[in-house]
Ligand binder design. Structure first.
Ligand SMILES: Nc1ncnc2[nH]cnc12
Ligand SMILES: [Zn+2]
Length: 364
């Protein structure tokens, strides 16, 4: 996958993934398979030549002009997801690949409104994803958390309805002790996120649903500083009391805010290949990853929408290594920070830290 002498070390390094949209794991092969199973008509190749075959669809995925351009393609593909089993299969395929890439803990996003808007029941989506999470724990030894995202291009009232569905289904029930793994695992939905089009859809619009999340002991993250300027990051920290920031690469433009992120130990969930595919930067070397490491900003490295952006998590680790040539000790720090930023209890945290220590010792 990469020519670095550290490749085997990177492959074995236990990873936590925090920024992964399950709907972003919809491969062209799965689009065609589920369309046939569910009798969903795909655009005809005359209308859209990309839909001629899984191969031509994959080629189309390689050429997005911006976040908005990508999101149109992402939402169009979702129509093939209909039954609980479809959501389970989508997530299961991701977990199998993630395990091959050394993922040991995965906190995964899903976008319920993109399904309920099409008439798919909220509980169908959650039950399917939950079944895959349970199977990942049993068969792959991966621990998981589900993070429900609100689509920021839809009105806050729609977010409030989605929150109500989660409450009614009992998916937020739990006693809020974040240090206890059993309590954490009992809540079907661990956290809330905020995604979709960023610029023009300020985080503060969603303050009410986030306040309710906090009241219920639900964890909070939000996309920010992907295309939006650093005020989208400070808006998420102040207006939503977000505990993590997804992407956050434009943080580097505001040194005072960067110092605050270091002091408050906010984790950034950085997605290098996504940032290149969506033209946030021209190449991975332009990302402020070295600056973040040197300044003490905590970050994890993630794949975002791997079916669309040409790689799963190890591909992202390799791209970072090719650009920045980190040492084993620097990678150890990155791995440990990603464990500290995970929404897990103390027992699992210690397990993951010792797995990292063991791999580091073996490769030193
Ligand atoms: N990279 C991204 N940014 C915002 N919303 C998304 N939804 C799926 N991927 C996304
Ligand atoms: Zn994302």
């Amino acid at each position: 996958m990469c020519k670095s002498p550290l490749h085997q070390f990177l492959a074995e390094l236990p990873k936590c993934e925090h920024h992964l949209h399950l709907e972003g794991c919809l491969t062209p092969a799965l689009v065609f398979k589920l369309a046939a199973k569910n009798g969903v008509a795909l655009p005809s190749p005359e209308d859209d030549p990309a839909y001629a075959s899984p191969e031509s669809l994959a080629a189309h995925y390689d050429n997005f002009g911006s976040l908005e351009d990508f999101l149109q393609c992402y939402y169009r593909g979702l129509r093939v997801l209909v039954a609980e089993a479809d959501f389970e299969l989508l997530a299961w395929e991701y977990f199998v690949t993630a395990a091959e890439h050394g993922v040991r803990h995965a906190e995964v996003f899903f976008d319920p409104q993109s399904h309920t808007e099409r008439g798919v029941a909220f509980d169908t989506v959650v039950r399917g994803f939950k079944a895959a999470c349970d199977r990942a724990r049993r068969e792959l030894g991966i621990t998981t958390r589900l993070i429900m995202c609100f689509l920021r291009h839809l009105p806050p009232a729609s977010a409030a309805e989605t929150l109500a569905s989660a409450v009614e289904g009992g998916h937020l029930d739990g006693d809020g002790d974040h240090h206890d793994d059993d309590n954490e695992a009992r809540r079907t939905i661990t956290g809330f996120g905020l995604d979709s089009s960023e610029v023009g859809f300020r985080p503060e619009l969603f303050a009410d649903v986030y306040r309710e999340a906090e009241r219920r002991g639900v964890r909070r993250t939000a996309h920010g500083g992907e295309e939006g300027d650093p005020t989208y990051i400070s808006g998420a920290l102040d207006g939503l009391r977000a505990e993590r920031i997804d992407h956050g690469v434009r943080l580097v433009e505001d040194p005072a805010l960067l110092r605050r992120v270091v002091e408050e130990e906010i984790l950034l969930t950085v997605c290098p290949l996504s940032n290149v595919c969506l033209r946030v930067v021209e190449h991975v070397g332009q990302l402020p990853i070295r600056e973040f490491l040197d300044a003490g900003v905590r970050f994890s490295i993630n794949s975002d929408d791997p079916a669309y952006f040409g790689g799963y998590v190890l591909h992202n680790f390799c791209a970072v290594q090719q650009a920045f040539d980190f040492t084993i000790d620097e990678w150890r720090l990155i791995a440990e920070n990603s464990i500290h930023g995970s929404w897990i209890g103390e027992k699992r945290r210690l397990e993951l830290l010792s797995e990292v220590a063991e791999v580091v010792e073996r490769h030193r």
